[in-house]
Write a protein of this length. Structure first.
Length: 541
């Protein structure tokens, strides 16, 4: 089980064999134009994919594979609003939220209305017209949500810290572990705090539990007759449940079932972004994404950045048996980007069910990573000398938002040093010489040299942008969204459902019932029953 069914599989496998014995550096020697030929620009981003174990024939066959899977038609179906999420019988129109050029008119009107409502609300908070129940201005926004209702707004707010509005602080609570919420509440004043309850379904246990505790905290602090509507708003597609929770219908910012949770930061779920960074910056984020959408829709596959990234990923996952893919941004502000991509990619493509039957090849890789240079001092050892092939995407803004150019130069130099070292490695001869140079004997150097050998030829992409601006970040996120979509097309899976997370949710409700002695737990296995007992016993202490 490793390769998708494609008509050129034999040749792709043969090419893999050839390229496996060819050094990356030799590919540069053979082709003086390799950097130009294996690079691409779109919406403020520059992708250099020349340090990959591909040649022009391999790329041609991969583009061919995409055509064989009708990728061009599927891109138009996605952007045009067809019910591409076929298991849930609905479109996946996150591109409509940012006004991609082929957005259906009915969706555009809905989105425009919500943007107007968001803009008015943001203005009322920033201009201090909206006040808490005791007349204090709002200084702290606490977003309560999880998964897509948390990770996107959180990552963007962190990434765009230099654009943060003065006098407003944004906090994010997601975990049902009360330690998360309590750590935020400990440092906020109920009179000047606004909670945004963010849940597409408004049924998610973690979010409702946290929102209820937050409301109790508010009423305990400000009295049972506090006007809760001044402190709670909701972003959801389930207006009814939000109102039942006690949120004024006028303070509900709608979204729709055609927006997937992990694709929802562009919708009203992005309200904390707009509150924290200003509506203009939120709009710039959308504009950058829309530019990437239009690039994705209009460019031929050979010049299409999301398509190129996706096909390289398929190449390593299926033909080189790479199980993981590392995302390493060389920007502290982007440190949550790998975590954000974990949900985007793994909840989308972590699937074994094909359109019909089961898949016959590996699908989505494990996504992981951390900001550089920190990762260099932890897991890069494995990237350089481990036994596993880990393709890496390095992401780096050229200009910082601060004045410390010495830091920025070190940061950028480190980024380039990693992709270069991963490519060239270190030979046995070089390693031996290094031992001799520090005074080891010939014999010792001979014996120890292999410990320093670095195989090299480890594939990397480098994505550059001028600066980490709202527009460039929007483009970067959309780039990865579309990459994930392209891979789902090659693998013939639906990236827009997530049935795999349902079972655990249902069982946790049952186990809570067993713990509270409301349900008979004898149908659980002995291990689970014994663990439940231990927990019950701890409650009696
Ligand atoms: O973890 C599953 C999931 O359904 C995600 O897809 C979603 O982003 C998250 O839960 C939160 O869901 P909701 O926004 O409905 O609370």
């Amino acid at each position: 089980m490793s390769i998708p069914s494609l008509s050129h599989n034999d040749e792709l496998l043969a090419l893999q064999n050839v390229l496996a014995s060819q050094s990356l550096i030799s590919l540069f020697v053979e082709d003086a134009n390799r950097t130009e030929d294996y690079s691409c620009e779109a919406s403020g981003l520059y992708l250099d994919y020349s340090k990959n174990r591909v040649n022009s024939r391999a790329m041609a066959l991969l583009f061919n594979a995409a055509r064989e899977k009708n990728l061009e038609q599927k891109i138009q179906a996605l952007l045009g609003g067809e019910a591409i999420n076929y298991t849930e019988k609905r479109p996946a129109l996150h591109t409509a939220l940012r006004g991609a050029s082929n957005t259906p008119a009915d969706k555009k009107a809905l989105v425009d209305d919500v943007h107007v409502k968001m803009a008015e609300f943001v203005d009322s908070i920033h201009s201090c017209r909206w006040r808490g129940s005791t007349g204090k201005t709002i200084t702290d926004i606490v977003n309560i949500g999880i998964g897509g209702s948390d990770l996107g707004p959180l990552m963007v707010t962190e990434a765009l810290k230099p654009y943060q509005q003065k006098n407003i602080r944004c906090h994010f609570v997601s975990n049902v572990d009360a330690a998360d919420l309590l750590s935020i509440l400990a440092n906020t004043n109920p009179e000047s705090t606004l909670f945004v309850v963010a849940s597409k379904t408004f049924t998610t246990l973690e979010t409702l539990t946290n929102a209820t505790t937050a409301r109790d905290w508010l009423t305990r602090a400000l009295g049972a007759d506090v006007d809760v509507s001044k402190h709670f708003v909701a972003t959801t597609s389930n207006v009814e449940n939000a109102v039942k929770f006690g949120i004024d219908a006028r303070n509900v910012f709608p979204m729709w079932d055609w927006v997937g949770g992990r694709y929802s930061l562009w919708s009203s779920i992005g309200l904390p972004i707009a509150l924290g960074l200003g509506m203009e910056n939120f709009k710039a984020l959308l504009a950058g994404a829309a530019e990437m959408d239009n690039h994705f829709s209009e460019q031929p596959l050979e010049k299409n950045m999301p398509v190129i990234l996706a096909l390289l990923g398929v190449w390593y996952t299926n033909y080189w048996e790479a199980d993981t893919h590392a995302i390493i941004p060389y920007a502290h502000d982007l440190r949550l980007f790998p975590k954000y991509l974990q949900q985007l990619d793994m909840e989308s493509n972590g699937k074994s069910a094909a359109h019909k039957g089961q898949v016959k090849q590996a699908t989505g890789p494990i996504i992981w990573g951390e900001a550089g240079t920190n990762g260099q001092h932890s897991f890069h050892q494995l990237l350089h000398q481990g036994t596993r092939l880990v393709p890496v995407d390095f992401i780096a803004p050229l200009k910082a938002h601060h004045e410390h150019n010495d830091h920025q130069t070190h940061l950028f130099a480190n980024c380039l040093s990693q992709s270069y070292a991963l490519m060239v490695g270190k030979t046995l001869e070089q390693a031996k010489q290094e031992f001799i140079d520090i005074g080891y004997s010939d014999e010792e150097s001979e014996q120890l040299a292999h410990h320093k050998v670095m195989e090299g030829n480890r594939p990397t992409n480098t994505i550059l942008m001028d600066q980490l601006t709202p527009k460039n970040l929007g483009a970067l996120i959309a780039l990865y969204e579309h990459k994930v979509f392209v891979q789902s097309v090659i693998w013939d899976i639906n990236p827009f459902d997530q049935w795999g997370v349902e079972l655990g949710k249902k069982i946790s409700t049952l186990i809570s019932g067993v713990i509270n002695n409301e349900i008979d737990g004898s149908t659980f296995d002995a291990s689970t029953q014994s663990l439940i007992k231990r927990y019950q016993n701890s409650l009696k202490l």
